[in-house]
Design a protein around this ligand. Structure first.
Ligand SMILES: [Zn+2]
Length: 119
């Protein structure tokens, strides 16, 4: 059995880790995998795309979604690099919490080091 990984932020099909489309029904967003005929709900009003659609589009989407079974999507595991970045960021926030203050660095706002001047 091969390992399935979901690369997509909104989850992937539990069978293949991919998705085919995002369909709106009114302000609800559904992700689909056409190959495995499954769907999963990702939320409401996350994108403004639904505002440019109408009842006819939603009625068509409902017909597609009704054919698909609802599943729990799978989500990507953070990579080693992402895990390290998250840990570094957390350590950074802990220093800010201790009142070291912040200053802007090349990669956005960073915590000041101990003893660094305020300006
Ligand atoms: Zn699939």
């Amino acid at each position: 059995m091969t390992e399935i990984t979901a690369e997509e932020y909104f989850g992937g099909c539990p069978h293949c880790g991919q998705y085919s489309d995002c369909l709106n029904v009114n302000r609800s967003h559904w992700m689909t995998c056409d190959e495995h005929r499954v769907r999963w709900w990702i939320g409401s009003n996350l994108f403004s795309s639904w505002r440019h659609e109408d009842e006819v589009t939603w009625a068509k989407n409902i017909l597609v979604l009704e054919e698909y079974s609802e599943v729990e999507p799978i989500f990507p595991e953070p990579s080693e690099v992402e895990k390290r970045q998250m840990a570094e960021r957390e350590a950074e926030f802990r220093r800010v919490d201790k009142g070291f203050g912040v200053c802007s660095g090349p990669n956005g706002i960073r915590a000041k080091k101990w003893g660094e001047p305020p300006f």
